[in-house]
Write a protein that binds this ligand. Sequence first.
Ligand code: F6R
Length: 262
Amino acid sequence: MEVIIKQNAEAGSHAAAAAVARLIREQPDAVLGLATGSTPLILYKELIRMHREEGLDFSRVTTFNLDEYVGLPAGHEQSYHRFMQENFFCHINIKPENVHIPDGMTTDVPAFCADYEQAIAEAGGIDLQVLGIGSDGHVGFNEPTSSFASRTRIKTLTRQTVADNARFFNGDESKVPHHCITMGIGTIMDARMVLMLAFGGNKAEAVAAMVEGPVAAVMPASILQHHPCAKVFVDEPAAERLKLADYYRWIYDNKPGWQKDC
Ligand code: F6R
């Protein structure tokens, strides 16, 4: 795991965006795994800016989103379909047929999930997966005790996640769906590169457990310690509980020039 501590969320997001852009420039038909929520918003804004001002080309890029709420149609204000359209896809030149997001309205969840896995495999696997972390340590919606071998499937959100996400539903927890379809931890771990972003003091505890705690299913994000190419972008508040923060800064500051891709 490479831990990159930046002063604020903007600097962390821009560093992550540089890594995404570099991949797309080197490999125009890259397959991206994408996340929703508050965390990647600045990253998407920066990629949109790079598209407009620097010609970053998404025309051959394929995307797979991590998750979607069960029971929310694509057009629902809080669906992740709508989130992705409004915050990213409608501002870039991605082809609609190259965009994949789990269908929260499917009538056959197991068949849909198997097809989603199949589509990822047929696209050649995910080159770069963007992740955020839940305050309870979830990645995607793989809540604590999710199997590290899990694939795309239905999951039940924890009460903590329902409470955390109520802010998107006018603070009304009763409106937050309790189920979602999410890529599994095994699916996420198959991505060739993982960019985890975490900003703000409310993520500090989860970040410390993910990076420096034991690898355990009760802290799903800790499995990233086993990923061969995982970069963790944090701001100062999210880095607050990291015991080895100075060491991570030292490593980053002393990276050889050829390695400084973000
Ligand atoms: C979103 C997702 C979740 C979020 C996590 C953090 O697609 O899979 O794991 O990344 O809940 O959410 P925010 O960024 O809103 O704090």
